[in-house]
Design a protein around this ligand. Structure first.
Ligand code: IMP
Ligand code: MG
Length: 172
C-alpha cells in the first residue's frame, strides 16, 4: 500500500494561497486578467485562488495530458481541451498544480503565445525543481519542494487522491 505523509495542512495551504492571491491582485490592479487553469490538476487550486483575488478576472481551462509512467512526464504532450475565450491582447495567468520538468508549461506557453496575448504569467501551487529540464520563469509559486511525488489538493497518482484537502508526499 502506498503511504501518505502530510506536506502542507489545509491551514498552511490557505495561508500560502492567500499570500499569492494578494500579490496577484496587487500586480494586476487596474488591468484585465484571464486565468487559464491546466486540467485536471489545477481545479482545486484555481478555485481557491480565484476566490481570494480582489480584482475582476475571467476564467478558462486548457486540458493537457502527457503519457508515460504515472510519476514522470514522458515529454509527449497532448492538448485535449483548447481555450474557449479570446485572449488576444489580454494578460494571462496560467494556473498549474505543479511544475516539474517544465515540459508541459513550455508547451502551453508556446500554444498560448499563438493567440497573441499581451502578457503571460505563470502561477503554480508547487514548484518542484528536482527534474527541471527547461528554464521557466515562474512568477508565483505557493510552495517549493526539492523532490518527491505529491498528491492531494487536485494532484493525483493514477487519478487517485485529487479530493484530499491537504498536500501529501506519496511513498510507493
Ligand atoms: P512537467 O511537464 O514535468 O513539468 O509535469 C507537469 C505535470 O506532471 C503536472 O501538471 C502534473 O500533472 C504532473 N506531475 C509532475 N509531478 C507531479 C507530482 O509530484 N504529483 C502529481 N503530479 C505530478
Ligand atoms: Mg497538471
Amino acid at each position: 500500500m502506498p503511504e501518505l505523509y502530510e506536506v502542507l495542512s489545509k491551514e498552511d495551504i490557505d495561508k500560502k494561497v492567500a499570500a499569492v492571491a494578494r500579490r496577484i491582485s496587487s500586480d494586476f490592479k487596474g488591468s484585465e486578467l484571464v486565468m487559464i487553469g491546466v486540467l485536471k490538476g489545477s481545479f482545486v487550486f484555481l478555485s481557491d485562488l480565484a476566490r481570494q483575488l480582489t480584482i475582476p478576472v475571467k476564467i478558462d481551462f486548457v486540458g493537457v495530458s502527457s503519457y508515460g509512467d504515472d510519476v514522470a512526464s514522458s515529454g509527449r504532450i497532448q492538448l485535449n481541451r483548447e481555450i474557449g475565450i479570446d485572449i488576444k491582447e489580454k494578460n494571462i495567468l496560467v494556473v498549474e498544480d505543479i511544475v516539474d520538468t517544465g515540459i508541459t508549461m513550455n508547451y502551453l506557453i508556446d500554444y498560448l503565445k499563438s493567440f497573441n496575448p499581451l502578457t503571460i504569467s505563470i502561477c503554480t501551487m508547487i514548484d518542484k525543481q528536482q527534474r527541471r529540464e527547461s528554464e521557466i520563469r515562474i512568477d508565483y509559486a505557493c510552495h517549493e519542494i526539492k523532490e518527491g511525488f505529491i498528491v492531494g489538493y487536485g494532484l493525483d497518482y493514477a487519478e487517485n487522491y485529487r479530493h484530499l484537502p491537504e498536500l501529501y508526499h506519496l511513498k510507493l
